[in-house]
Write a new protein. Structure first.
Length: 294
């Protein structure tokens, strides 16, 4: 049984469009296709197998897939059935002429079609920008079109900078500890609700604590405790949005031993209390639901 939530918004005769899709079940595109505009595929949850010009990529949560015009591509399910994603389609003229001098930098995007996986800290900035574009399109308040154009330009500049940042060895995944840190972050994502300590992880993975601490920050952009907090609070945000569970229950489920520590950490990172966050999310959802285009 397949269930979907599907919202799509377009601007200027579809020279720009954005589509949010949350699909429960498996879905495989029948065949490859191509189009004359750019595509930015952002995976919020789950996994997808992406085929671009017959080359296979496995997209995971937080990954971006960049498709240049006329490149053949399609997606299929992995063993993980459900997925949630946002796709942006646009023609260069949508954000020209205001960034004419950046045109060579931003087009073709990211030196060709490819999958991009950034450190978590950068992923979050990208996530925020893409969600902002979706919110502008769904709410359609006055001035939303120029706002979408400038935010899309910001997204493209951010992607360009990340691809050209100094620490290329990390970006190219050739840092000798990259695979080990990937294993450790996967472990944290599975066990974030447990009492996890850097010393225990270091012992489990046969690394010295001090070396793990230094390398972890270099590869992920986060300190170990900061990363763990980020994972816990991201999960808490998801539960606040999608369930009616009490905040105390959610705090315990994501690894906080007491509610006041949870509330303090949440407000510090998110800027509002868990209860305010839930209310704001539900208000946004009901606005989207009332004005969504299916």
């Amino acid at each position: 049984m397949m269930t979907t939530v599907n919202e799509k918004y377009s601007i200027e005769n579809e020279s720009f469009s954005i589509q949010y899709l949350n699909l429960k079940g498996k879905f495989n595109m029948a065949k490859s296709h191509h189009h004359s505009y750019y595509e930015i595929f952002y995976l919020l949850e789950g996994e997808r197998t992406y085929l671009i010009n017959n080359k296979e990529y496995k997209a995971q949560k937080g990954d971006l897939v960049i498709i240049n015009p006329h490149d053949s591509h399609h997606t299929t399910s992995t063993d993980v059935p459900n997925f949630e994603r946002i796709v942006i389609y646009f023609k260069p003229e949508f954000i020209l002429p205001q960034c004419e001098e950046l045109a060579d930098t931003l087009f073709p995007l990211a030196q060709g079609s490819q999958l991009l996986r950034f450190p978590l800290k950068d992923q979050q900035a990208i996530d925020q920008i893409i969600r902002e574009i979706l919110a502008e399109c769904s709410q359609q308040e006055s001035g939303y079109e120029p706002c979408v154009k400038s935010t899309l330009t910001l997204l493209l500049v951010r992607i360009y900078r990340l691809l050209n940042q100094a620490d290329q060895d990390i970006q190219d995944h050739t840092h000798p500890m990259f695979d080990k840190i990937q294993e450790i972050t996967s472990y944290i994502k599975r066990h974030y609700h447990d009492d996890i300590k850097l010393e225990d992880i270091a012992k489990n993975f046969y690394i010295s604590s001090s070396y793990l601490s230094r390398t972890f920050k270099k590869v992920t952009g986060f300190g170990f405790r900061e990363y763990l907090m980020e994972i816990r609070l991201n999960e808490a945000k998801k539960r606040l949005r999608e369930t009616q569970e009490k905040t105390l229950t959610i705090a315990e489920q994501v690894g906080f031993s007491n509610a006041s520590h949870f509330n303090m950490a949440f407000k510090k990172l998110v800027g509002v209390t868990p209860i305010q966050y839930r209310k704001k999310s539900q208000d946004t959802f009901s606005n989207n639901h009332n004005s969504s285009h299916h």
